[in-house]
Design a binder for this molecule. Structure first.
Ligand code: FEO
Length: 403
């Protein structure tokens, strides 16, 4: 069988969805699966834009053959060589050994590292290089570190399709949809787009800004944005471009507070509950609370890309920082989270250490501002601790309102 959809009259989506995979890159949970997008273009020459993951390999290959409808594959454009898009490359080359492969120099090198059987038909291209394939011209633009160094994107001047590699991608399987206007963006897709961006491209804000600049220079000639994951955009580009602009500048989308707490016996959680309650009573209603032990860090990263203020409350553990909180704060640092207002609360029964370790990591990040005094609780919050949390919540609420 095959399952393909038309992007235009001569461009077909030939990808597939994996609803079984638990963890993307064996790290990030996929409760709603993921799509691996690939596209066939039919002109005087036939072109395939990227391949797909092995997990959907059988359907993908059937889809390519169905779209080609008996024609040979002339050109394979490899925009991104990460194995979720390239692990079926060998199968394409074996079926169509004369296929000409276009990719960056670094992608060509990586093909050898991954031991792909690419024959001698690999052509390295760079910024602005063009390829005539009949009635249209493809132009290649490099997009290093969005999300690997070898990445490029490809623009088709006839259809206006930009094959954008990982950029503008999303977790989640397509479930029959193809276009972004066929999915409920506010009903979860945008949240998954944010989680995808934050964890996959989030570290590389300046490089994403460079790609946005190239997209802007193409102006109204862009009619479709075709990413390697998630829906294709054919209208309302400003919706996703504005999100990408904010995310890649590390600017918050929402004035509000994300509270992340690490608690062993509920005492630190109680302090977090008191903080949240006071914030809401002070008029800050956009407050989210997360137990760091129960929430996969990819979701926490997504939240800190969204919110202006971050409250971290953590127990001390083995004379150090509670391990899941350490993992979260270190991941924030690794992904270059910047420009956030922060509140810190530590807990410890005999030697509180959490605050110093958290601030030690946060101090290495860009423009992270502490808006309250760092608070210390010794075991269970007493009346004095509660009073201090209420007072700090008032200061935090004021900061949110002034954001
Ligand atoms: Fe979807 Fe960076 O690969």
């Amino acid at each position: 069988m095959h399952c393909i959809r038309k992007v235009t009259d001569d461009i077909y989506w030939v990808g597939g969805n994996d609803k079984r995979l638990e963890l993307f890159e064996n790290i990030h949970p996929l409760p709603d699966g993921v799509s691996y997008n690939s596209y066939v273009m039919l002109d005087e020459k036939t072109v395939l834009f990227d391949t797909a993951d092995w997990d959907i390999g059988r359907l993908f290959l059937s889809n390519v053959e169905a779209a080609l409808d008996g024609r040979a594959l002339d050109v394979l454009v490899v925009n991104h060589l990460e194995p979720d898009h390239a692990s079926t490359l060998n199968e394409i080359v074996r079926r169509w050994p004369d296929v000409q492969i276009y990719c960056t120099v670094m992608a060509e090198r990586m093909m050898k590292q991954y031991c792909y059987e690419t024959t001698d038909n690999v052509h390295a291209v760079g910024e602005g290089d063009k390829l005539e394939i009949g009635s249209r011209t493809l132009t290649f633009y490099t997009a290093p570190m969005v999300h690997w160094p070898e990445v490029m994107v490809t623009f088709d001047d006839k259809s206006g399709a930009l094959f954008s590699a990982d950029a503008f991608g999303t977790f989640g399987s397509l479930d029959g949809a193809l276009f972004a206007d066929e999915v409920d963006l506010d009903g979860g897709w945008m949240a998954e787009a944010r989680r995808y961006y934050g964890n996959i491209c989030g570290k590389y804000g300046p490089q994403v800004q460079m790609l946005l600049g190239k997209l802007k220079s193409l102006g109204d000639s862009v009619k479709f944005i075709c990413p390697l994951h998630g829906p294709v955009w054919r209208k309302n580009f400003d919706v996703i471009e504005e999100k990408y602009d904010k995310w890649s500048k590390y600017e918050p989308e929402v004035n509000g507070v994300v509270i992340v707490y690490g608690s062993m016996y509920g005492n630190t959680e109680g302090a977090a509950q008191l903080l949240a309650s006071e914030l809401v009573q002070q008029g800050v209603t956009d407050v989210r609370m997360f137990d760091v032990s129960k929430t996969n860090v990819s979701y926490l990263i997504s939240e800190v890309f969204k919110y202006s203020h971050i409250a971290l409350l953590s127990v001390t553990y083995n004379m150090g920082l509670f391990p899941p909180m350490r993992a979260f704060v270190e991941d924030m640092q690794a992904l270059n989270i910047s420009n956030r207002k922060v509140m810190i609360v530590e807990n410890g029964t005999w030697a509180p250490q959490a605050s110093g370790i958290m601030t030690g990591i946060l101090d290495e990040m860009q423009n992270m501002e502490y808006v309250t005094e760092k608070l210390t609780i010794m075991s269970s919050p007493d009346e004095d601790d509660s009073g201090a949390i209420v007072k700090a919540a008032d200061t935090l609420a004021q900061s949110v309102k002034e954001q």
